[in-house]
Write a protein that binds this ligand. Structure first.
Ligand code: SAM
Length: 258
């Protein structure tokens, strides 16, 4: 990643506003029976009593807010993000939800933790932003023997209907497709971890409203106001034919230390 790309990433995630605009589209219109954050947490089984968990690139902290009722007593939670503004927003979210967790600022490539210090690392929708040649050995380093990495990402087919509308007005392509997708991620994790397993969750968005689609487009990195306006006009035309159906495909890897 060059300096300009690094600056754009820092600007995109200066605080939770952009990410929140995208999460709102999913929260309002996802037709799945099981909430995404509940589905992700369903996979955190078999951890020891009193487990220590580290989250990298924690974003808003909604994973823990939306599972506050089932976080076992005795788990030690440390949430980190490389953005100080994002960490502040996550801290406020967790305080409001009554979740007991430490929140700090750290890059996944260089963690301020000793070797063998946590039982699980959570890395949700963030490995496509990092220098994985540095970050994956670093995540492995802080895990105890037998510890597990839980990492979510998108399939290359995720939200194609929305991406086609966006392509007509912008040059935006999701980083997950080229960098770390549900299709390509297993091989890459397998070079650093053992026993990589994959779990996929398909669902759909059923979107009858223009405003949240426009807010989604406006939240994306590198998208200009003119492009947002053009996208809005195209989306408005499309919605005249009925609600936009957007197929989703996301999932989670579980990888164990060697
Ligand atoms: C797409 S958001 C995902 C947030 C959250 N994990 C989720 O699933 O909603 C990516 C997050 O990774 C963070 N991030 C990006 N690069 C990072 C890095 N090198 N180290 C730590 N965090 C990073 C961003 O600040 C942002 O909060």
């Amino acid at each position: 990643m060059n300096d300009a790309e690094r600056a754009a990433l820092a600007e995109q995630y200066a605080d939770a506003d952009n990410l929140d605009a995208r999460i709102r589209l999913h929260e309002r219109y996802d037709t799945a029976d099981r909430d995404w954050w509940r589905w992700v947490f369903d996979h955190y089984e078999g951890l020891p009593d009193g487990a220590d968990l580290l989250e990298v690139g924690c974003g808003t902290g909604y994973l823990w807010r939306d599972n506050a009722d089932r976080i076992p007593d005795g788990w030690g939670l440390l949430l980190t993000d490389f953005s100080a503004g994002m960490a502040d927003d996550a801290r406020a979210t967790l305080a409001e939800a009554g979740v007991d967790a430490a929140v700090g600022v750290a890059a996944a490539e260089s963690l301020p933790l000793p070797d063998d210090s946590v039982d699980a690392v959570v890395a949700n929708h963030m490995l496509y932003h990092v220098d994985r040649d540095a970050a994956l050995p670093e995540l492995h380093r802080v895990l105890r023997p037998g510890g597990r990495l839980f990492a979510t990402t998108n399939s290359e087919a995720n939200m194609l209907e929305l991406r086609e509308l966006l392509r007509a007005a912008t040059t935006y392509e999701p980083a997950s497709v080229e960098e770390f997708s549900l299709e390509g991620g297993a091989d890459e994790l397998g070079r650093h971890f053992a026993e990589v397993r994959r779990s996929e969750r398909g669902s759909a968005l059923h979107v009858p409203d223009l405003e949240p689609l426009v807010a989604y487009a406006a939240s994306l990195p590198g998208v200009t106001d003119e492009q947002v306006a053009e996208f809005g006009a195209l989306a408005d035309d499309r919605l005249a034919d009925g609600p936009l159906e957007i197929r989703k495909s996301m999932g989670l890897f579980i990888a164990r230390t060697r």
